[in-house]
Design a protein around this ligand. Structure first.
Ligand SMILES: [Zn+2]
Ligand SMILES: [Zn+2]
Length: 259
Protein backbone atom coordinates (compact mmCIF):
# COMPACT_ATOMS: atom_id res chain seq x y z
CA UNK A 1 0.00 0.00 0.00
CA UNK A 2 1.07 3.55 -0.77
CA UNK A 3 0.03 7.00 0.43
CA UNK A 4 0.11 10.11 -1.73
CA UNK A 5 1.21 12.65 0.90
CA UNK A 6 0.60 15.70 -1.32
CA UNK A 7 -1.86 16.26 -4.15
CA UNK A 8 -4.35 18.85 -5.40
CA UNK A 9 -7.29 16.70 -6.47
CA UNK A 10 -9.65 19.60 -5.77
CA UNK A 11 -8.23 21.40 -8.84
CA UNK A 12 -10.95 21.39 -11.55
CA UNK A 13 -9.02 19.22 -14.04
CA UNK A 14 -8.81 16.43 -11.42
CA UNK A 15 -12.07 17.06 -9.54
CA UNK A 16 -13.94 16.55 -12.82
CA UNK A 17 -12.46 13.02 -13.10
CA UNK A 18 -12.94 11.92 -9.49
CA UNK A 19 -14.46 8.43 -10.12
CA UNK A 20 -11.58 7.57 -12.47
CA UNK A 21 -9.00 8.97 -10.04
CA UNK A 22 -10.37 6.99 -7.10
CA UNK A 23 -10.53 3.83 -9.22
CA UNK A 24 -6.86 4.19 -10.24
CA UNK A 25 -5.88 4.74 -6.61
CA UNK A 26 -7.60 1.46 -5.69
CA UNK A 27 -6.08 -0.37 -8.68
CA UNK A 28 -2.56 0.77 -7.69
CA UNK A 29 -3.16 0.17 -3.95
CA UNK A 30 -2.85 3.84 -3.05
CA UNK A 31 -4.85 3.70 0.17
CA UNK A 32 -4.85 7.38 1.22
CA UNK A 33 -4.15 10.83 -0.18
CA UNK A 34 -3.63 14.22 1.43
CA UNK A 35 -5.37 16.97 -0.53
CA UNK A 36 -3.37 20.12 0.09
CA UNK A 37 -4.92 23.55 0.32
CA UNK A 38 -3.34 26.46 -1.61
CA UNK A 39 -5.59 29.37 -0.59
CA UNK A 40 -8.57 30.13 1.62
CA UNK A 41 -11.20 30.53 -1.16
CA UNK A 42 -10.39 26.95 -2.31
CA UNK A 43 -10.40 25.45 1.17
CA UNK A 44 -14.14 24.54 1.23
CA UNK A 45 -13.63 22.26 -1.81
CA UNK A 46 -10.58 20.64 -0.22
CA UNK A 47 -12.52 20.00 2.98
CA UNK A 48 -15.57 18.75 1.07
CA UNK A 49 -13.46 15.99 -0.51
CA UNK A 50 -12.05 15.01 2.88
CA UNK A 51 -15.56 14.91 4.34
CA UNK A 52 -16.93 12.86 1.45
CA UNK A 53 -14.15 10.23 1.30
CA UNK A 54 -12.76 8.51 4.44
CA UNK A 55 -9.34 7.93 2.82
CA UNK A 56 -8.82 11.56 1.72
CA UNK A 57 -7.34 14.02 4.22
CA UNK A 58 -7.11 17.81 4.02
CA UNK A 59 -4.72 20.60 5.00
CA UNK A 60 -5.32 24.32 5.42
CA UNK A 61 -2.96 27.05 4.27
CA UNK A 62 -2.03 29.66 1.67
CA UNK A 63 0.69 28.87 -0.89
CA UNK A 64 3.58 31.35 -1.28
CA UNK A 65 2.91 31.69 -5.04
CA UNK A 66 -0.58 33.12 -4.44
CA UNK A 67 0.02 36.87 -4.21
CA UNK A 68 -3.50 38.21 -4.76
CA UNK A 69 -5.48 36.19 -2.27
CA UNK A 70 -6.86 36.86 1.22
CA UNK A 71 -4.06 36.82 3.79
CA UNK A 72 -4.67 34.27 6.58
CA UNK A 73 -4.33 35.11 10.26
CA UNK A 74 -3.13 32.66 12.89
CA UNK A 75 -6.65 32.68 14.39
CA UNK A 76 -8.27 31.85 11.05
CA UNK A 77 -5.90 28.97 10.38
CA UNK A 78 -6.46 27.63 13.89
CA UNK A 79 -10.24 27.77 13.52
CA UNK A 80 -10.15 25.90 10.19
CA UNK A 81 -7.57 23.39 11.45
CA UNK A 82 -9.88 22.25 14.24
CA UNK A 83 -11.72 19.95 11.84
CA UNK A 84 -10.61 16.34 12.50
CA UNK A 85 -9.92 15.66 8.79
CA UNK A 86 -7.58 18.68 8.59
CA UNK A 87 -4.28 17.04 9.53
CA UNK A 88 -1.72 19.68 8.48
CA UNK A 89 -0.99 23.38 8.05
CA UNK A 90 0.07 24.40 4.52
CA UNK A 91 1.18 24.36 1.98
CA UNK A 92 3.32 27.25 3.08
CA UNK A 93 6.92 28.36 2.66
CA UNK A 94 8.95 30.53 0.32
CA UNK A 95 9.25 30.66 -3.46
CA UNK A 96 11.79 33.10 -4.89
CA UNK A 97 11.70 31.37 -8.28
CA UNK A 98 8.11 32.08 -9.35
CA UNK A 99 7.92 35.54 -7.77
CA UNK A 100 10.53 38.27 -7.44
CA UNK A 101 10.78 41.71 -5.85
CA UNK A 102 10.07 42.51 -2.23
CA UNK A 103 8.82 39.23 -0.83
CA UNK A 104 8.65 40.24 2.82
CA UNK A 105 4.91 39.39 2.68
CA UNK A 106 5.83 35.79 1.79
CA UNK A 107 8.12 35.53 4.80
CA UNK A 108 5.47 37.05 7.08
CA UNK A 109 2.83 34.65 5.71
CA UNK A 110 5.21 31.73 6.35
CA UNK A 111 5.71 32.87 9.96
CA UNK A 112 1.92 33.00 10.47
CA UNK A 113 1.63 29.37 9.33
CA UNK A 114 4.43 28.22 11.65
CA UNK A 115 2.70 29.95 14.58
CA UNK A 116 -0.58 28.20 13.69
CA UNK A 117 1.24 24.87 13.48
CA UNK A 118 2.82 25.35 16.91
CA UNK A 119 -0.49 26.41 18.45
CA UNK A 120 -2.55 23.60 16.89
CA UNK A 121 0.06 20.85 17.09
CA UNK A 122 -0.61 20.04 13.42
CA UNK A 123 2.51 19.54 11.26
CA UNK A 124 3.59 21.90 8.47
CA UNK A 125 3.69 21.18 4.74
CA UNK A 126 6.58 23.29 3.49
CA UNK A 127 7.18 24.38 -0.11
CA UNK A 128 10.61 25.89 -0.79
CA UNK A 129 12.04 26.94 -4.13
CA UNK A 130 15.20 29.01 -4.69
CA UNK A 131 14.85 30.09 -1.05
CA UNK A 132 16.33 27.30 1.05
CA UNK A 133 18.50 29.44 3.36
CA UNK A 134 15.63 31.79 4.30
CA UNK A 135 13.25 28.84 4.67
CA UNK A 136 15.49 27.04 7.16
CA UNK A 137 16.30 30.29 8.99
CA UNK A 138 12.61 31.15 9.49
CA UNK A 139 11.79 27.56 10.53
CA UNK A 140 14.48 27.87 13.22
CA UNK A 141 13.51 31.41 14.31
CA UNK A 142 9.83 30.48 14.69
CA UNK A 143 10.48 27.16 16.41
CA UNK A 144 8.93 24.94 13.75
CA UNK A 145 10.89 21.89 14.85
CA UNK A 146 10.17 19.36 17.56
CA UNK A 147 13.43 20.42 19.26
CA UNK A 148 11.78 23.82 19.89
CA UNK A 149 8.35 22.51 20.85
CA UNK A 150 6.96 22.71 17.30
CA UNK A 151 4.99 20.07 15.42
CA UNK A 152 7.60 19.68 12.61
CA UNK A 153 6.19 18.54 9.26
CA UNK A 154 7.35 17.72 5.76
CA UNK A 155 9.58 19.40 3.17
CA UNK A 156 7.35 18.65 0.21
CA UNK A 157 8.46 18.01 -3.38
CA UNK A 158 12.04 18.14 -2.19
CA UNK A 159 14.62 19.39 -4.73
CA UNK A 160 17.28 20.90 -2.45
CA UNK A 161 20.71 19.71 -1.30
CA UNK A 162 21.48 17.05 1.29
CA UNK A 163 22.61 19.84 3.68
CA UNK A 164 19.13 21.41 3.51
CA UNK A 165 17.52 17.99 4.04
CA UNK A 166 19.75 17.40 7.07
CA UNK A 167 18.92 20.81 8.58
CA UNK A 168 15.20 20.02 8.23
CA UNK A 169 15.59 16.48 9.58
CA UNK A 170 17.47 17.86 12.59
CA UNK A 171 14.24 19.74 13.41
CA UNK A 172 12.21 16.52 13.12
CA UNK A 173 10.99 17.11 9.56
CA UNK A 174 10.36 14.46 6.92
CA UNK A 175 11.52 14.75 3.31
CA UNK A 176 8.97 14.07 0.58
CA UNK A 177 9.99 13.03 -2.92
CA UNK A 178 7.78 13.57 -5.98
CA UNK A 179 7.96 12.38 -9.59
CA UNK A 180 10.92 14.73 -10.10
CA UNK A 181 13.21 12.11 -8.54
CA UNK A 182 12.33 9.72 -11.40
CA UNK A 183 13.47 12.15 -14.11
CA UNK A 184 16.67 11.15 -15.95
CA UNK A 185 18.16 14.61 -15.42
CA UNK A 186 17.66 14.58 -11.62
CA UNK A 187 21.04 13.03 -10.76
CA UNK A 188 21.79 15.31 -7.79
CA UNK A 189 18.35 14.79 -6.29
CA UNK A 190 18.71 11.02 -6.72
CA UNK A 191 21.95 11.19 -4.71
CA UNK A 192 20.09 13.09 -1.97
CA UNK A 193 17.29 10.49 -1.94
CA UNK A 194 19.87 7.73 -1.61
CA UNK A 195 21.29 9.44 1.49
CA UNK A 196 18.04 10.32 3.29
CA UNK A 197 17.13 7.49 5.71
CA UNK A 198 14.01 5.50 4.86
CA UNK A 199 12.57 6.42 8.28
CA UNK A 200 12.41 10.07 7.12
CA UNK A 201 10.90 9.68 3.64
CA UNK A 202 7.41 10.41 2.39
CA UNK A 203 6.22 10.03 -1.20
CA UNK A 204 3.89 12.29 -3.16
CA UNK A 205 2.61 13.21 -6.60
CA UNK A 206 1.86 16.97 -6.29
CA UNK A 207 -0.83 16.09 -8.86
CA UNK A 208 -1.89 17.50 -11.29
CA UNK A 209 1.76 18.52 -11.80
CA UNK A 210 5.02 16.58 -12.21
CA UNK A 211 3.86 13.14 -13.34
CA UNK A 212 6.58 10.54 -12.68
CA UNK A 213 8.20 8.42 -15.38
CA UNK A 214 6.56 6.57 -17.26
CA UNK A 215 3.75 9.16 -17.31
CA UNK A 216 6.03 12.21 -17.57
CA UNK A 217 4.34 15.09 -19.41
CA UNK A 218 0.82 13.76 -18.76
CA UNK A 219 -1.60 14.99 -16.12
CA UNK A 220 -0.55 13.53 -12.78
CA UNK A 221 -2.89 11.84 -10.27
CA UNK A 222 -2.52 10.11 -6.86
CA UNK A 223 -2.48 6.58 -8.33
CA UNK A 224 0.85 7.39 -9.98
CA UNK A 225 2.62 7.71 -6.60
CA UNK A 226 3.30 3.99 -7.00
CA UNK A 227 5.91 4.86 -9.65
CA UNK A 228 7.73 7.19 -7.23
CA UNK A 229 7.79 4.34 -4.69
CA UNK A 230 9.10 1.84 -7.24
CA UNK A 231 11.83 4.20 -8.33
CA UNK A 232 12.95 4.98 -4.77
CA UNK A 233 13.00 1.30 -3.78
CA UNK A 234 15.30 0.56 -6.74
CA UNK A 235 17.47 3.59 -6.01
CA UNK A 236 17.88 2.70 -2.35
CA UNK A 237 18.23 -1.03 -2.96
CA UNK A 238 15.34 -2.04 -0.69
CA UNK A 239 12.32 -4.19 -1.37
CA UNK A 240 9.31 -2.33 -2.70
CA UNK A 241 7.17 -3.78 0.11
CA UNK A 242 9.58 -2.38 2.69
CA UNK A 243 9.58 1.09 1.13
CA UNK A 244 5.78 1.05 0.87
CA UNK A 245 5.38 -0.01 4.51
CA UNK A 246 7.92 2.44 5.88
CA UNK A 247 6.63 5.50 3.97
CA UNK A 248 3.09 4.57 5.04
CA UNK A 249 4.17 4.27 8.69
CA UNK A 250 6.02 7.60 8.37
CA UNK A 251 2.85 9.31 7.13
CA UNK A 252 0.74 7.97 10.00
CA UNK A 253 3.43 8.85 12.55
CA UNK A 254 3.97 12.39 11.32
CA UNK A 255 0.28 13.25 11.17
CA UNK A 256 -0.48 11.33 14.40
CA UNK A 257 -3.23 9.26 12.80
CA UNK A 258 -4.63 6.07 14.26
CA UNK A 259 -5.18 3.18 11.89
ZN1 LIG B 1 4.42 23.10 -3.48
ZN1 LIG C 1 1.43 21.42 -3.92
Amino acid sequence: MYIDSHCHINFPELAARMPEILARMAENRVTHALCVSVDLPDFPQVLALAEQYPHIYASVGVHPDYADTPEPSVEQLLALAQHPKVIAIGETGLDYFRLQGDLEWQRERFRVHIRASRASGKPLIIHTRAAAADTIRIMQQEGAGTDAGGAAGVMHCFTESLEVAQAAMAMGFYISFSGIVTFKSAKELQAVARAVPLERILIETDAPYLAPVPHRGKMNEPGFVKHVAEYLADLKGVLLAQLAQQTTDNFFNLFKLVR
